[in-house]
Design a binder for this molecule. Structure first.
Ligand SMILES: [Zn+2]
Length: 251
């Protein structure tokens, strides 16, 4: 049961709706799920949608714990509170009545990479005719969500596919290999507690530890862990892209 909603600063990337407390306080939280980078708190006839932006975090704290200057929103559940801290205020706390998937921010998203719908056949189908580099396609949230720069780089390395390979040139076998590699990379990252750059902390306030295991990401100039060739860094689509020129040849 949500017993209180404290909004200390509603000015996030989108304003926290003024009516939100009146809508959700007194309702039971039925389920917590995630879609892309959106956290969905299901209150039955609608959901609170939370995005952490660039620097946000959620922690469970004692409801009476004195807030810091960046602790903008508390969802109070009796003696505990789920506290949103967001120093850069790029996050959001929104309400969607009915099915959260209908919210404009969520309605156009591609499938999740760990869902069954994301398989080699799907990737092959949606990349026909695309001349864009496969890495750009993987990182386009309208095609598939949740594959950031790190995982795209690592997955392409494991699948031995050059990041600039035109997506439409990947045949069924390479598509299947790439999906398997992406799933393996993401699965290992989750098991290791999530990757982290700078600000990420888990609900217990501890950082993630995936970054020790990278094959290529951030390793330019270092030897490939598989073949000892020198890892290269290029900039593509304004993002740093790392690959092994020997393991990942252009076809
Ligand atoms: Zn190599």
């Amino acid at each position: 049961m949500l017993t209180g909603l404290v909004v200390r600063n509603p000015r996030l990337r989108q304003p926290v709706p003024a009516a939100l407390a009146g809508t959700v306080v007194g309702r039971r939280l039925l389920r917590v799920s995630r879609r892309a980078k959106y956290l969905l708190l299901d209150f039955g006839d609608g959901s609170v949608i939370v995005h952490l932006g660039m620097s946000g975090s959620l922690r469970v704290v004692a409801a009476g714990e004195v807030p810091g200057g960046h602790d903008h929103v508390d969802f109070v559940f009796g003696t505990l509170a789920l506290r949103l801290r967001d120093p850069r205020r790029f996050g959001c706390v929104l309400w969607q009545a009915g099915d959260a998937a209908q919210h404009p921010l969520l309605a156009r998203l591609g499938p999740e990479p760990l869902e069954d719908a994301f398989d080699g056949a799907w990737l092959h189908r949606v990349t026909r005719g695309l001349r864009a580099p496969i890495k750009h396609v993987l990182m386009d949230s309208h095609r598939v969500v949740g594959i950031g720069n790190i995982y795209a780089s690592e997955g392409l390395f494991r699948a031995r596919i050059h990041p600039l390979e035109p997506a439409g040139r990947l045949g069924p076998q390479r598509c299947a290999r790439l999906v398997a590699a992406l799933r393996a990379t993401l699965g290992e990252a989750i098991a290791a507690g999530g990757s982290t750059l700078r600000d990420f902390v888990g609900g217990d306030g501890r950082p993630g530890y995936f970054q020790q295991q990278y094959f290529v990401y951030g390793r330019d100039g270092e030897p490939c862990r598989v073949c000892a060739a020198t890892i290269r860094r290029i900039v593509s689509g304004q993002r740093a892209t790392y690959f092994c020129p020997a393991c990942q040849r252009r076809t």
